[in-house]
Design a binder for this molecule. Sequence first.
Ligand code: SF4
Length: 254
Amino acid sequence: MSVPTDFDDLADPSLLTRFLARAQERFGERLAIASSLGAEDVVLVHAVAGLVREGAPPIRIFTLDTGRLPQETYELHEQLEARYGLRIESVFPNTVAVEDLVRRQGPNGFYHALEARHACCAVRKLEPLERALRGVDAWITGLRRTQSVTRTETGLVEHDGARVKLNPLAAWTDDDVWSVIQRERIPYNALHDVGYPSIGCAPCTRAVEPGAHARSGRWWWEDPEHKECGLHVARLRQLEAARRQEERPLSENG
Ligand code: SF4
């Protein structure tokens, strides 16, 4: 599938609803939003609700429930559904794969080696994402260029294998995101108020000092260029690496 260029005029924050409407016109029901329930994602949910109020059908929204999320994220999930009347679909990891992972590397093996961390993200996030995207031609994310050193090249529209990835907030700043949240009184994760600018799984996220980079509280024990779970960077390659690790004898995996 070629990368559509008819979104290039919709990068401005004021045009988010039009961006989503155009995505819906173009991809119909084969469109989905992958939501991590972060600050950007609640802005997307709010925008979808606005479209629905104007008579459009809802865009499918799903979130990956890794089984290791903070309680505050579940509370936000409920708040968003109650406020907007939209369903946010939870996609879970494969039970057998999680059991095998924990048997191999223990419940917190991700702290001990980058390979083990990638294996955990592959089982708890990457495989469920692939499953959630079956039948989807285009998926929407809340990625922004200023979120991390790994995201500075984020395009408004990107190739993602056979699919298209739409990043309508690519050019948004932190201020753009938070001014919308505050102006529209959009529910957001309570952890943002206690020093968590970016929120993922509980054991892999911590609060940061004021002024620290937003992603510095994610996988804080790793180098900045490794701070991705693979959902957006080399996902398919990482899945393959995790599969190879699964195939190795237990003695090699430690
Ligand atoms: S962020 Fe941490 S707990 Fe969550 S899937 Fe990745 S390694 Fe596992």
